[in-house]
Design a binder for this molecule. Structure first.
Ligand code: SF4
Length: 695
């Protein structure tokens, strides 16, 4: 007897459909040919999912102060301590740090509990490290956080520009779709803008190895070229765009030489962009993870708005999200400065709508602490009770050593996780066992706004419970029975869909109100759908009609100026460290590290360095190097490669401090953030590199 379940991959924001087959107690997976994101494809990580389902290391029972206990005891402890902390120190003395791995239903209940009932906006997500600058850029330009296009646009474009995106490793199935489109359409051109020569650069017709942090200068220069070469769509700008003159004036004062690019390459780029109507500009962490991240996003959007190349087939800006449900988290207000359904916490009308809908006793009227500031507040004692759900900030936040110290010093720490031995879980007062992929059930939204189901096909191990259920239980124990009286995730989705219909009344674009009367059976059978999903609209592109979500209905072009990364290299720390993902691992490897074949690609943490820099430092391939910054230290295997610019090194972000060589890269990264988005600068940290001497 075998049974096949349709579900969605839990790794990246491509959001591939997966067929999981259970036969004789064994699970196998393959790509779902009917899913619009992948049409049957899977990458190496997705293909190895079945190998990550072993129960080794799983947390099976709640733990309070190192002793196993019952759920009743554990959740009473959580509810009591949070209640006492709020009573004594006020609602802003507590915080919840969540994850783009959570399902939309988990995220919705978490936001409702914190913002509507506990009375604080101190809920933020590890997606802050991933795409917050894109959210900020969209809101500034469009008036709401909206991805205009879809994956098909990438295949239909005549010119695809990838900025700070190693699609080949970080969004592999989307890359496969692009590669197939390019093979089928030889005239399609690809330009890759990235300080490193990556696997994605191999597919490109032109690779621009820009200096780190110089994207605003490059796209400002492009805006000037668009103007000088007569490519501004004046009718479109007059009808649909504010701020063109100021944006052009600011761009004209810039100096493209800071990009460090040969003039011929810059000219080839601007010629191609200006001369191609169907152009898609994809951007990812190389743009977002910067102290100028929001400006970089808006510099890209400026060029699309000036030419009217947005909202039509095969053209537009496109932000690819890192995590499987970063988009779903955005939709339900999973960031400290947002409410559900793309409504704004700081808008009194939006607040009133949500408060009335939730029948919430209280609601903050200002943004809460964003991820980096949240852990600063944990460190200086402003946050006295912290709940971390489905993420591992001791490894993944900048200045990770300081984050570890902060959590160690916090009065009360709750961690909900599948595993009890993560670097963060080890610091918890209360550990709550969570269900994971294959056990959970709910919805996720991918980078192109496609909502898909994750479905369970395995029983919850031990006493593990779903995150939405645990959050709702804590809400009930704190006295809000009616508001958190959910029995199924379908109920949560229906409530959230109904709220989205009210948000539409505020002119917000997120509307899935057609799902508000979805039956439990329809929820079970739900097939992937792109939002919006309402009575009069189903999916499609945004902004085709030139209408935006600003008060004037016009999009905003912004005046922008190049700003260098926050910290420049110094004599003591002369190299620039760029961090990122590798092809076959995911985040801090708690799941992908369980599949032996995924470790065959890159088996240990490494630092990639230019051959001449390695020679100057006396480093040979496979030596161990000590990499230090003012904030921490890592020990990494040396990989010598001419794909790096001189003076710059790359190290993957996945490894934890428990590996033989200490690869906790975020211990080296300074907690410098973009002033608009709060996203940390993970791609430009000054470091020193020395050969590790034998003890
Ligand atoms: Fe999963 Fe992303 Fe690979 Fe698709 S591309 S199988 S979503 S990791």
């Amino acid at each position: 007897m075998s049974k096949t379940i349709k579900t969605t991959c839990p790794y990246c924001g491509v959001g591939c459909g997966v067929l999981a087959t259970l036969k004789d107690g064994q699970v196998s997976v393959k790509g779902d040919p009917d899913h619009p994101a992948n049409k049957g494809r899977l990458c190496s990580k997705g293909s190895a999912l079945a190998e990550t389902l072993a129960l080794d290391g799983r947390l099976l029972k709640p733990v309070v102060h190192s002793a196993e206990t019952t759920w009743d005891n554990a959740l009473d402890e959580v509810a009591t301590r949070f209640k006492q902390t709020i009573a004594k120190h006020g609602p802003d003395s507590i915080a919840l740090y969540v994850s783009g791995q959570l399902l939309t239903e988990d995220y919705y209940v978490a936001n409702k509990l914190m913002k509507g009932f506990m009375g604080t906006a101190n809920i933020d997500t590890n997606s802050r490290l991933c795409m917050a600058s894109s959210v900020a850029g969209h809101k500034r330009a469009f008036g709401a956080d909206t991805v205009p296009g879809n994956y098909e646009d990438l295949e239909q474009a005549d010119l695809l520009v990838l900025v700070g995106s190693n699609l080949a490793w970080c969004h592999p199935v989307l890359y496969q779709r692009v590669a197939a489109a390019k093979a089928a359409r030889p005239n399609m051109r690809i330009i890759n803008i990235d300080p490193r020569h990556t696997a994605t650069s191999d597919l490109a017709d032109l690779h621009l190895a820009v200096a780190p942090g110089s994207d605003v200068a490059l796209f400002n220069h492009l805006l000037c070229a668009i103007h000088e070469q007569g490519a501004v769509d004046s009718a479109y700008v007059a009808a649909h765009v504010n701020g063109f003159d100021a944006a052009l004036e600011a761009a004209s004062s810039g100096d493209v030489s800071v990009t460090g690019l040969p003039r011929a390459d810059i000219d080839a780029f601007t010629r191609a962009w200006v001369g191609t109507e169907k152009v898609v500009t994809i951007y990812s962490q190389g743009v977002n993870q910067s102290t100028a991240g929001a400006d970089k996003v808006n510099a890209i959007l400026n060029c699309h708005l000036a030419t009217g190349r947005i909202g039509r087939a095969g053209m537009g800006p496109f932000s690819v999200t890192g995590q499987p449900n970063a988009m779903g988290g955005r939709e339900v207000g999973g960031l400290a400065n947002m409410l559900a359904c793309h409504m704004d916490l700081e808008n009194a009308g939006h607040r009133a709508t949500v408060r009335e809908f939730w029948q919430a006793p209280q609601m903050p009227d200002a943004a809460g602490l964003k991820a980096v500031d949240m852990f600063r507040a944990v460190g200086d004692g402003r946050i006295k009770a912290l709940w971390v759900m489905c993420t591992n900030p001791v490894v993944s936040l900048p200045e990770a050593d300081r984050v570890k110290e902060a959590i160690e010093g916090c009065d009360f720490v709750v961690v909900s996780d599948m595993y009890g031995d993560t670097d963060t879980a080890k610091l918890a007062d209360v550990l709550l066992p969570a269900t994971g992929w294959g056990e959970k059930t709910g919805t996720v939204t991918n980078s192109e706004r496609c909502i898909s189901r994750q479905r369970s096909f395995l029983p919850a191990p031990g006493e593990a419970r779903h995150d939405w259920d645990v959050l709702a239980d804590v809400g009930r124990r704190m006295g809000w029975q009616a508001a958190f009286d959910y029995e199924t995730p379908a109920e949560v989705l229906r409530e959230y869909a109904a709220l989205s219909g009210l948000a539409a009344g505020h002119g917000r674009d997120f509307d899935i109100s057609a799902l508000s009367d979805l039956s439990n059976e329809d929820y079970d059978d739900f097939t992937p759908q792109h939002w919006p999903i309402s009575a009069d609209r189903n999916g499609g592109r945004f902004f085709a009609d030139g209408q935006f979500y600003t008060p004037s209905g016009k999009a905003n072009m912004l005046p922008l100026h190049h700003r260098s990364p926050a910290n420049a290299p110094t004599a003591a720390h002369p190299f620039v460290l760029n961090t990122g993902r590798i092809r076959d691992q995911w985040h801090t490897m708690s799941r992908s590290g369980l599949a032996p074949r995924l470790s065959q690609h890159m088996g240990e943490p490494y630092v990639e360095i230019h051959p001449r820099d390695a020679e100057d430092l006396g480093l040979k391939a496979a030596d161990l190097a000590e990499v230090t910054s003012p904030h921490g230290r890592a020990v990494l295997r040396v990989l010598i490669s001419d794909k790096m610019r001189r003076g710059e090194v790359f190290a993957p972000m996945h490894w934890t401090g428990t590996h033989a060589s200490d690869g906790r890269i975020d211990a080296l990264v300074a907690a410098e953030v973009d002033p608009v988005s709060g996203q940390p600068e993970s791609k430009a940290s000054p470091v020193k590199i020395t050969k590790l001497q034998a003890a």
